[in-house]
Design a protein around this ligand. Structure first.
Ligand code: AMP
Length: 410
């Protein structure tokens, strides 16, 4: 495929859009594949989602360049079939590279790299640290290789951005051999999101750099990071994405003796406790209703006490974590909120910041309430000690950018 093809596409409404030298971004999960085809200037994209893979209800939801929505059923279809169909849908746009979001890059990768035999083996080997995700990521790489053997592919690791953390932040207080021989350490996740929003906020703030941001990615998964001068210095997730903040279905921090205690008291196996901490805890576990904050906010407003507690706990723990992460920053310029909750819930932002009551933070209530999803903007009052921002995350854009960088296309 040529490296500079421009595709022009006329739809029924006779709108004309172009996708110049697009990059295909693939995010292969255990039962889903998210994809985006992004033009080289990041201005245009085609997006889609293959979901319920392996089930009778497996399907691809595709949005065309001009916003038309298609749904393609692939009953029983798994990753390989879904990717074949996705590549068929996108072939006409002559993409020049594929960037894969890979959850775990271990210790070896501090930036995106071109896929070769070694990189693919590493992605597979690191399933010991990300058993649900890395095997699916490897399947995605191999499926593209099978159809387009010469297509340049890049792996962009969720952990890579946090490889700048110093040992005080990334080591656990455990015997040294566990780190040296078994790679037991804190890695951190959501790296592309923290990288994207911290860089974007540095572009739009008027504050002079270098900037020290606390970035709060609050969605179904939640994590926070301390980013100074473009480098991650600490983050809330650890060896796995379970550590840290309370999340939709994940507990975040618990006493490390919990597994042992539940085994002794309830006869629960390690696997049962692990599943409970990942799938049945967090907002869902406390509210007993849902992992979706909108449902919980609605119930809380109607007096549901467990829903009220879920919100209070979520905000208390987020505020407490942000306060502690501020210790990692040489200078504290501000806090950036992102993710479905961070971008949309002004009530949650208010409550989290109220927890940090000794920091001299002042909110402009009107600005806070007027920020809606998809819109970036600040909401600090003029006399606030630090800046407050909402910046919608765009992990696909960041992955496309890192893919092009790794291939020396920019
Ligand atoms: P994400 O994983 O980034 O898509 O975020 C999902 C979370 O964002 C869920 O808990 C949703 O309930 C929450 N969310 C999305 N929109 C809103 C909203 N308007 N108000 C409150 N929470 C929202």
């Amino acid at each position: 495929m040529s490296a500079s093809l421009t595709t022009t596409f006329d739809d029924k409404n006779s709108e004309t859009s172009t996708l110049t030298s697009p990059t295909l971004v693939l995010n292969c999960g255990s039962s889903s594949i998210k994809y985006a085809l992004i033009s080289d200037d990041n201005s245009t994209r085609i997006t889609g989602l293959a979901e319920n893979l392996g089930l009778d209800t497996a399907r691809i939801k595709h949005t065309t360049l001009n916003g038309e929505k298609l749904e393609i059923s692939i009953p029983g279809g798994r990753h390989k079939l879904a990717l074949q169909k996705i590549l068929e849908l996108l072939e006409q746009y002559h993409f020049i590279a594929v960037g894969h979001r890979v959850v775990h890059g271990g210790r070896e990768y501090s930036k995106a790299v071109r896929v070769d035999e070694h990189a693919l083996e590493e992605v597979k080997r690191l399933k010991i640290l990300a058993p649900l995700h890395n095997p699916a990521n490897a399947l995605g790489i191999e499926a593209v290789q099978a159809i387009y053997p010469d297509m340049p592919q890049v792996v962009v690791f969720d952990t890579a951005f946090h490889q700048t953390m110093p040992p005080v932040a990334f080591r656990y207080a455990l015997p040294k051999y566990l780190y040296e021989e078994h790679k037991i350490r804190r890695y951190g996740f959501h790296g592309t999101s923290h990288a994207y929003v911290s860089e974007r906020t540095s572009q739009i703030t008027e504050a002079k750099g270098p900037h020290g941001w606390l970035t709060a990615h609050l969605g179904n998964g939640c994590s926070a990071a301390a980013v100074y001068d473009g480098k991650s210095l600490d983050t809330s997730m650890g060896l796995t994405p379970l550590e840290g903040l309370m999340m939709g279905t994940r507990s975040g921090d618990v006493d490390p003796s919990l597994h042992m205690h539940l085994k002794r008291q309830l006869g629960m196996s390690l696997e049962e406790t692990d599943k409970m901490l990942n799938n049945d805890s967090g907002l869902l576990g406390i509210s007993g209703l849902s992992n979706d904050l909108r449902t919980i906010e609605q119930a809380a407003s109607e007096g549901h006490e467990d829903a009220q507690l879920a919100i209070e706990m979520f905000c208390y723990r987020a505020g407490k974590y942000l306060a502690s992460l501020s210790c990692a920053l040489p200078e504290f310029t501000g806090i950036v909120f992102t993710g479905g909750i961070g971008e949309n819930s002004d009530i949650t932002r208010n409550k989290i910041l109220a927890v940090m009551r000794h920091f001299g933070i002042k909110i402009d209530a009107d600005k806070n309430a007027s920020l809606v999803r998809g819109k970036e903007g600040s909401f600090h009052a003029d006399d606030s000690s630090i800046e407050l921002w909402v910046v919608p995350t765009d992990e696909e854009c960041r992955i496309a950018q890192e893919t092009r960088q790794a291939l020396n296309l920019i």
